[in-house]
Design a protein around this ligand. Structure first.
Ligand code: IPE
Ligand code: IPE
Ligand code: MG
Length: 250
């Protein structure tokens, strides 16, 4: 059954931890890479559905820094999938801009090249931005931001860096995600109730939604359910219920 959604309150930015590919495949007596392949089809469907609903940013956790510790054949299969699944068609058909966040330098050369090309080809697409987090972890990102702040200051000034120069805005501007707003909604499929080093800074006030469905089985209705849950909540940002209601009525 399709959910009744309030189209005026669609989350602007949805982040997803796409988990459960391996278990989905194992339950079918297939290699884990078969689950990752199936997961790519889900990415296509969910991307189209997000565009249809008017979501502006979709950030997909695709490969974490910690995932480098997986068996090398699984890593190779995942890198292969990144290469083959980045067809321009899905982006052009849906008018989607593609961006990558993460430690690109660790990726194989040809993957880096394909990612850059896809970013360039899709740069003018404006319906939605799809952001793929690859070789990404939030602690890596935050530590890198700190190093950049210091390095930029040293390159531009002979004065010592003053502590008060480190503000929340300056930190945000140096994160990989500096071109987009923070996620309104974070969805994790696959049943685990954890964050796994994803967007730690940016999800400070995101609404969280966890579901048991494995990523290859996650469909448009499941996405609508997550958005309906988001819409049923009151985001208070520290204020009282009454304060928020008064603001909404003005
Ligand atoms: C998520 O699925 C995809 C990646 C981390 C690359 P998993 O591969 O973690 O699947 P499970 O959690 O083992 O089922
Ligand atoms: C999180 O999934 C990373 C991605 C979905 C890319 P994992 O399956 O790697 O997370 P943990 O290790 O179980 O927390
Ligand atoms: Mg997993």
């Amino acid at each position: 059954m399709a959910e009744e959604l309030d189209m005026t309150r669609i989350p602007q930015h949805i982040a997803i931890t796409m988990d459960g590919n391996g278990r989905w495949a194992t339950e079918r007596n297939k290699p884990r890479s078969y689950g990752h392949q199936a997961g790519v089809d889900t990415v296509r469907r969910i991307t189209s559905e997000c565009v249809r609903l008017g979501v502006k940013f979709l950030t997909l956790y695709t490969f974490s820094t910690e995932n480098w510790n997986r068996p090398s054949d699984e890593i190779a299969a995942l890198m292969g999938l990144v290469l083959t699944s980045l067809e321009d068609e899905i982006f052009m058909k849906n008018n989607v801009r593609f961006r990558v966040i993460g430690d690109m330098a660790r990726l194989p050369e040809e993957v880096q090249k394909k990612l850059r090309e896809t970013e360039e080809h899709t740069a003018k697409n404006a319906a939605m931005t799809m952001v793929v987090a690859l070789s990404y972890s939030a602690r890596w990102e935050i530590a890198k931001a700190m190093r950049e702040i210091v390095a930029e200051h040293q390159a531009n000034s002979s004065e010592p860096l003053r502590p008060e120069m480190i503000t929340e805005e300056v930190i945000s501007e140096h994160l990989e995600t500096n071109f987009m707003p923070d996620p309104d909604l974070l969805i994790r499929t696959g049943g685990e109730l954890r964050i796994s080093n994803y967007l730690l800074w940016q999800i400070a006030y995101s609404e969280l939604y966890f579901c048991d469905t494995y990523w290859p089985d996650f469909n448009e209705q499941d996405l609508q359910k997550a958005i309906a849950s988001f819409q049923s909540r009151q985001r208070r940002f520290g204020k009282t219920e009454k304060q928020v209601e008064e603001k909404e009525n003005n």
